[in-house]
Write a protein that binds this ligand. Structure first.
Ligand SMILES: *Cc1c(COP(=O)(O)O)cnc(C)c1O
Length: 400
């Protein structure tokens, strides 16, 4: 008899399905860095320097001196860890300052920070305890998991299709209890397609049915709208979106997640969101770093350099004959065949460019792609190296 778990067997099954993943050590999080393939954790032998087009550190602030100093100051003046849940003794002035700034940036009464965006999604959906969630089919895994944990029922609507959302809400409304609590949830920027949700149309549909709307701005905060307030703010929808949520770990170069909304929402979540109540407060250096990154994003036009790079890369790749999806800082370069995508990513790597192949089942069959994500600190030389690599590697693999 065995009641064990045979993890080696499970890993082999993943290997056979081409789904086995491996860790790789990066020397730093800079736009140019070196990597070591050393899963056993011995002394890492770093390889040649490569240019990274695979990070969500979109504004390049994770190795910015101002943000590093803020993190250090947070650690020195407040401490390296919060030491307890915010509800016990882990609530500090760095947390409050960050939350005030986030609320101002988002145009909401208040904000609340969690230990990650993942925890924010799970805790918020679970605490709201919706009877039905209407969720975009390409929403992030943390939203899907939030629905699994907290929703009585989840209805998935076609990606970015507000008409399909309306049709599904109409169908579900037939015979439904008037008091049911309905939540519509969408990412604002989708990370695998680099496209944008039709937020205004989704707001209209949610309003028609009296449902609440929650928007995850993980890939938009710091980048879009006045002072990096995100797409909700740019579209003038701050008053119509009940829950604005996102992460501090992408453009804001730190760690943690946030929810922004009205007084009642924040006061309720700090009482009822289990991932907030039963988890140690965000570490003070993380809170201080995120606050400084938000300040830099708001007070300097940091995103302008990123948008220039995005335009140069998109134009260059399209001129070579590549199909590039989306309309944001995420550039999905479609290759089609999964084998070709993997080989192209390997060849790009040989030419010193790191950009991952994204394959089915993450994306639909026949749309395997290379996901190119530039950073505001990429230089003209980095961009030229990326384009040269795509031309040479594309010809080597035969996809051009
Ligand atoms: C990355 C991401 C998250 C998770 O945020 P973390 O802070 O990394 O846990 C949540 N939602 C979306 C849409 C994301 O892209």
């Amino acid at each position: 008899m065995s009641h064990g778990f045979d993890l080696d067997g499970r890993l082999e099954q993943r290997e056979a399905k081409d789904l086995r993943r491996h860790l790789e050590v990066a020397e730093s999080v800079s736009a140019r860095t070196r990597f070591a393939d050393d899963p056993k954790g011995g002394p890492a032998e770093f390889g040649q320097e490569a240019v990274v087009f695979a990070s969500n550190n979109y504004l390049g602030l994770a190795d910015d001196g101002r943000v590093q100093c803020a993190a250090e100051l947070g650690a020195r003046t407040v401490g390296t860890g919060a030491g307890a849940s915010r509800l016990v003794t882990g609530d500090t002035r760095v947390h409050r300052g960050l939350e005030r700034d986030l609320a101002a940036c988002k145009g909401t009464e208040r904000a609340l920070v969690f230990s990650s965006g993942y925890a924010a999604n799970i805790g918020t959906i679970d605490a709201l305890a919706p009877d039905v969630v209407f969720s975009d089919e390409l929403n992030h895994a943390s939203i899907i998991d939030g629905c699994r944990v907290g929703a009585s029922e989840t209805v998935v609507y076609d990606h970015c299709e507000s008409d399909d959302l309306r049709a599904k809400m109409e169908r579900r409304a037939a015979g439904a209890d008037e008091d049911e609590r309905w939540l519509v949830v969408t990412d604002s920027v989708f990370s695998m397609d680099g496209d944008v949700a039709p937020l205004s149309a989704i707001c209209d549909v949610a309003d028609e049915f009296g449902a609440w709307l929650m928007v995850d701005e993980a890939h938009a905060t710091g980048l879009f709208g006045e002072g990096g307030g995100g797409l909700v703010q740019r579209e003038g929808l701050s008053d119509r979106v009940d829950v604005q949520l996102g992460t501090l770990s992408k453009a804001l170069a730190s760690q943690g997640g946030y929810v922004a909304g009205d007084e009642a929402l924040v006061e309720y979540l700090l009482n009822a969101a289990r991932s907030f109540v039963f988890s140690t407060g965000l570490s003070p250096p993380s809170a201080a770093a995120a606050r400084e990154a938000l300040r830099v994003a708001r007070e300097t036009d940091r995103a302008a350099a990123l948008w220039d790079t995005v335009a140069t890369l998109r134009d260059g790749l399209e001129a070579m004959g590549y199909e590039v999806l989306g309309e944001t800082q995420i550039l999905p370069v479609v290759v089609g065949d999964r084998g070709d995508a993997l080989e192209l990513a390997d060849r790009l790597r040989d030419h010193g460019v790191v950009a991952p192949a994204i394959r089915p089942p993450t994306v639909p069959e026949g749309t395997a792609r290379i996901r190119v994500a530039p950073t505001a600190t990429h230089t003209a030389e980095d961009i030229a190296q990326c384009l040269d690599a795509f031309r040479t590697a594309g010809e080597e693999v035969g996809v051009l």
